[in-house]
Design a protein around this ligand. Structure first.
Ligand SMILES: CC(C)(COP(=O)(O)OP(=O)(O)OC[C@H]1O[C@@H](n2cnc3c(N)ncnc32)[C@H](O)[C@@H]1OP(=O)(O)O)[C@@H](O)C(=O)NCCC(=O)NCCS
Length: 175
């Protein structure tokens, strides 16, 4: 049995987080180090890392938004700073990203991180819905969200700046 730990991230984890980010997303889709630093310092409860045998091999990050039924597209833009949108008194949890190092994928760690974040944040904050975007190409991620009860609310055509200019699916779950 592997030694598994899920804990809040600190800025000391940033190098590992960036390794995971670069392994998980292509060049035009991965986020800059400043975006991650702001996420950790602004909302540490919403940023978790997963350690296996003492090695950081996964992360998940989030923000709390004020609920709006029709979320503006620019709220999802890559590179936006958590500092401009996060409100700890808001009621919608936006899961901004999740990644697991390739060699640790397919072992249930992604699902574990996602459910740990959901329970940790919803216990402490006044959350009544969760929202996220996923590329049509990211099947394992989509599976995690669908099996957790998320449903598609809209598609943003050509949202991702990857080779295929992939569409984004906005998914939401009411608690
Ligand atoms: C998405 C990601 C974090 C999932 O992590 P993981 O630890 O591999 O996921 P899990 O092992 O918990 O599996 C989650 C689900 O995906 C399925 N899955 C795993 N690998 C798969 C694959 N290659 N193809 C299709 N489904 C797959 C699993 O069967 C499981 O579904 P199930 O519960 O119905 O069986 C990981 O694949 C990753 O880092 N991907 C790149 C970054 C990314 O796409 N992030 C999503 C941002 S929205």
């Amino acid at each position: 049995m592997q030694d598994i730990l899920v804990r809040s991230a600190t800025v000391n984890d940033i190098a590992h987080i960036m390794d995971i980010e670069h392994e998980s997303f292509c060049e035009n889709v991965h986020e800059d180090i400043t975006v991650f630093r702001d996420r950790i310092t602004t909302f540490p409860d919403g940023f978790l890392v997963l350690e296996v045998a003492g090695h950081v091999c996964g992360y998940i990050s989030s923000e709390i938004w004020n609920y709006s039924e029709n979320v503006r597209e620019d709220m999802f833009y890559l590179g936006h700073s958590i500092t401009s949108v996060h409100d700890a008194t808001g009621s919608e949890l936006y899961v901004s990203s999740i990644g697991i190092l390739k060699k640790y994928r397919g072992k249930g760690y992604g699902k574990l991180l996602f459910s740990e974040l959901s329970s940790k944040v919803t216990e402490k904050y006044n959350i009544s819905s969760m929202i996220l975007i996923v590329s049509v190409q990211w099947m394992p991620a989509k599976k995690i969200y669908e099996s957790d009860g998320f449903r598609e609310t809209k598609r943003i055509h050509g949202f991702f700046n990857d080779m295929a200019n992939s569409d984004a699916i906005v998914m939401r779950k009411y608690l």
